[in-house]
Design a protein around this ligand. Structure first.
Ligand code: DGL
Length: 270
């Protein structure tokens, strides 16, 4: 039993898709969330920069005495696979649990992967899927405009701009006949309805936030680190840019109100 919080980070709002799932499946856990809103997006940056950012984000969370760190960011998880080495507390990224769920879900052996440019370039999902089943065909595509669209609130199901961009990006995956599509960036579940409309209802969408939350519960359970608390857990939110405005958008994503103030972190100090 361990009542310390779970630490979750992302470059911005995307990791909230993992927080939402954690709150649903482990409602008594406390969570510390860090969104690197001052340096988003990560996905178009170099490997070295992403590594440095990921290390700083994790160091901040560790300074908050968390019991586990989750890189709820496809980009950091892809580029810095061994980020958790030497942490002394459990760590997970999103790639492995998400790839495993996709392999379980596919019927025709054709899996699509969408993510940031850095994620797709790293080949992380291809590698993880091949390890699990080398016979599966993987079709991947980077979708660099999705993150700015989400961060700027172009997320309504009938948002025409996002829909047009999605049609352009997803056309090759539709043509390839994938029956399963990995949303390899944690921002993407926020526009999952648009993605689903474009791909067609027969394509199973795999949400990296959900799969990672499930993997986190499994790790905490196996290591006897689940909390023992009767009341609902609390979430604390930290960002590296202006805190104003974050709470309002975060509440839309989480589908619940944020009770505590959002605080600013000088992330370059970590
Ligand atoms: N949500 C992130 C990911 O899963 C980061 C996207 C970005 O900052 O470019 O890749």
């Amino acid at each position: 039993m361990d009542n310390r919080p779970i630490g979750v980070f992302d470059s911005g709002l995307g990791g909230l898709t993992a927080v939402k799932e954690i709150l649903e499946i482990m409602p008594h856990e406390n969570i510390v969330y860090f969104g690197d809103t001052g340096r988003v997006p990560y996905g178009s940056r170099s490997r070295e920069t992403i590594l440095r950012y990921g290390k700083q984000d994790a160091a901040f969370l560790k300074s908050m005495d968390v019991k586990m760190v989750i890189a709820a960011c496809g980009t950091v998880s892809s580029v810095a696979g061994d980020l958790g080495k030497g942490f002394g507390i459990p760590y997970t990224g999103v790639v492995r649990p998400t790839a495993a769920a996709a392999v379980r879900a596919t019927g025709n052996g054709k899996i699509g992967v969408i993510g940031t440019t850095a994620t797709i370039r790293s080949g992380s999902y291809r590698g993880a899927i091949a390890e699990l089943d080398p016979n599966i065909a993987v079709f991947d595509r980077d979708c660099p405009l999705f993150v700015p669209l989400v961060e700027n609130g172009f997320i309504a199901d009938d948002e025409i701009v996002t829909r047009l961009v999605a049609e352009r990006y997803l056309a090759p995956l539709r043509e390839a006949g994938v029956d399963t599509l990995i949303l390899g960036c944690t921002h993407y579940p926020i526009i999952r309805n648009i993605i689903s409309q474009v791909m067609g209802g027969h394509v199973t969408l795999i949400d990296s936030g959900r799969e990672t939350a499930l993997a986190c519960r499994e790790t905490l359970k196996t290591q006897d680190l689940l909390c023992e608390r009767a009341q609902e857990g609390e979430c604390s939110f930290f960002v590296s840019d202006r805190p104003e405005g974050f709470a309002r958008i975060a509440e839309i994503f989480l589908g619940r109100s944020i009770k505590r103030d959002v605080s600013h972190v000088e992330i370059e100090l970590y």
